[in-house]
Design a protein. Structure first.
Length: 354
């Protein structure tokens, strides 16, 4: 089993962490210009799990560093109204995440715009390498890398990605003003995206592979009442069709799952909303995963099989996958990391005293 694994990252987007942040702690032996940072607790990910872990770890005086990743704020930045965050009847996802970031910063977390491209958990201190070139070492790490949108995996979907095929209605819905749109999926994301897209589209068709939705009933109610939305049950998308020059979507072909009959639905935008898969690439060959890549933690705990490595949020949760449960696990991870560091320090003092 390799000690660390490289993951593919987009082109370098971030300036070096050391150019942005001043007053950093340097590893003994480093020069002031080095790109090495040591922290007791490194938090990887800036969704509800990461920011909550940061608030708790900061208030425990652990001076954590949080690395935000490619999507600062996480999945909630790709949605609009969040209606089940306790204390807010309705809050915009991006606003909520900005408030969480501000809270983490206010209590002393150092927040760095970088992407971790490899992580070595084979020995302590653990070592994470940033896309910026910075090497982060830490005594404990909280993995909060969440989840990413799943794709259908058909060749035509890949071909038209960014040219009419999208997995983010809030990001791309605006491009389809007055046009027809197709959404595929039957969960909360698909229903919310279909509803949101009616703000722009002349018509939205929701295609689902079964004849019942798995989304919350309150959302289903809104969907069925919306005159701009049609549903096509028991169908799966087999092809996205479109023009070559310029590249653009003109429709999708959907196959009836029982009869095999093909229906062609014209549309300019095709939104894939079929769920999310855990972003566990950094640790997939170092930690046990299950149920399609979710990191396994000990019962009632965020501890993994490696002492000092904790996992929280959608990265580890294949059941609930909610902002509030992710935040709860972020809290648990920080409290468990605090206990781990205290034991480590107590052990070190005892050794020194001998
Ligand atoms: P995420 O929010 O997925 O954040 C993961 C973080 O990890 C990101 O900041 C990313 O940049 C970072 N990261 C990943 N890889 C790396 C790396 N290599 N290096 C550094 N950082 C990395 N839940 C609700 O409770 N209510 C809702 O209304 C709701 N609406 C939703 C709407 C949509 C469209 C979607 C997609 C989800 C919604 N959810 C909702 C689910 C909710 O967003 C998730 O459960 C929650 O965001 C998970 O939090 P997380 O912290 O585990 O991870
Ligand atoms: P999800 O709940 O896993 O639903 C995925 C949907 O896509 C299912 O209906 C599934 O069909 C369908 N699907 C999966 N693979 C498919 C394929 N290859 N082809 C066609 N259809 C496919 O995912 P989600 O809707 O993204 O939600 C993820 C999590 O975030 C959930 O826990 C959800 O509650 C949460 N979330 C919450 C809110 C909210 O609270 N308002 C909003 C968005 C998301 P089947 O039903 O047949 O399996």
């Amino acid at each position: 089993m390799p000690a660390s694994r490289q993951i593919a990252t987009p082109p370098t987007l971030f300036v070096r962490a050391t150019e942005v942040y001043i007053g950093q702690t340097l590893v003994p032996g480093d020069t002031a210009m080095s790109d090495k940072r040591h922290t007791k607790v490194l938090i990887i990910g800036s969704g509800p799990a990461g920011y909550t872990a940061a608030v708790y770890a900061s208030r425990a005086m652990l001076e954590p560093i949080l690395v935000q990743g490619i999507e600062p704020g996480g999945q909630l930045t790709t949605t609009t109204e969040v209606e089940n965050w306790p204390g807010d009847t309705e809050v915009q996802g991006p606003d909520l995440m900005m408030r969480m970031e501000a809270h983490a910063k206010a209590v002393g977390t150092e927040i760095i715009g970088d992407i971790i491209t490899s992580l070595d958990l084979s020995k302590r201190p653990f070592t994470a390498t940033g896309d910026s070139g910075t090497i982060y070492t830490c005594d404990a790490v909280i993995l909060a890398t969440g989840a990413r949108a799943k794709w259908l995996g058909i060749p035509s979907e890949e071909k038209f990605k960014g040219f009419g095929v999208s997995a983010c209605a809030t990001c791309d819905g605006f491009f389809y003003r007055g046009q027809e749109i197709v959404v595929v999926g039957g969960g909360n994301t698909a229903v919310e995206e279909a509803l949101f897209l009616t703000n722009f589209a002349s018509k939205v068709t929701l295609v689902h592979r079964r004849d019942t939705l798995r989304s919350e009933k309150i959302l289903q109610d809104r969907l069925f009442k919306n005159p701009k939305i049609e549903t096509l049950w028991d169908h799966e998308i087999v092809e996205v069709i479109g023009t070559e020059d310029p590249l653009g979507v003109e429709g999708v072909r959907a196959k009836h799952v029982k009869t095999g009959e093909i229906t062609e639905i014209p549309c300019k935008g095709f939104f894939v909303a079929i769920g999310h898969a855990p972003a566990s690439e950094l640790v997939a060959d170092q930690l046990e995963t299950h149920m399609g890549g979710y990191v396994v933690t000990k019962p009632d705990s965020t501890a993994t099989a490696i002492p000092g490595v904790f996992a929280a949020g959608d990265l580890t949760d294949h059941i609930y996958r909610q902002a509030v449960t992710s935040a709860g696990m972020g809290c648990m991870a920080a409290l468990e990391a605090e206990k781990f560091i205290a034991e480590l320090e107590a052990g070190a003092s005892a050794e020194a005293a001998e």
